[in-house]
Design a protein around this ligand. Sequence first.
Ligand SMILES: C[S@@+](CC[C@H](N)C(=O)[O-])C[C@H]1O[C@@H](n2cnc3c(N)ncnc32)[C@H](O)[C@@H]1O
Length: 202
Amino acid sequence: MLDDLGSTSWHNRHYGPFARLNELLTEAGVARPSIMIVGPGGVSRWLAPLLNNSAADSSFVRKTIGDLARYSDQVLRRFPFVPLISLEPLEVRETMLMPHDLTVVDRSARLLEAVRRDIPEAITHVVDLGLDAPPARADVVIAFNIVSRLDDRAADGIQHLLTVLRSGGWLLIDDRSARAHLANHPRVTQVAPKTHRVDAAN
Ligand SMILES: C[S@@+](CC[C@H](N)C(=O)[O-])C[C@H]1O[C@@H](n2cnc3c(N)ncnc32)[C@H](O)[C@@H]1O
């Protein structure tokens, strides 16, 4: 049986928002933020070194190799015996320069096992975001390219993410999900590209 697992597709896909988040947390003086990543995606550990990297300049040939690896990964990662790596948690770990606590949430237990292999101290929860809120609170929630995939449960998914966030917390989310669910939201203000603050005035 094949695993219908979503992917990050390349290295440093969200590097810009992560770097800005590090600045925002530093400016705000949050001593040890709790950061929750929801739906980080995974790729085959075997092909990961060949994937493109949006934080690096690459030649045409290198980019072509990266594209071929991406297409191959779309098939390979679906076989349950193939070892996975989840890039987003590792990139958040690397980009946040202050001590922080990391929680990772996904509906895929296989993906979360790969996260714990690389980041043993990460707390993980198997949760279907369309059905339930993650069982923890956080100063930051990162949820790229998941809400827009929840179809008729997307509004519930956004509500579950907002439930997790502490007052004044930051929500990093893709533009498509933000446009559909956060425009004119009474509790949410956009403070940077793909970055929103919840109840910022309180
Ligand atoms: C398309 S990937 C997004 C990967 C990464 N965040 C990105 O922006 O490239 C979707 C991720 O959300 C997870 N996911 C999909 N539906 C979910 C649900 N209902 N509840 C929890 N996780 C879900 C998938 O397992 C996968 O890790």
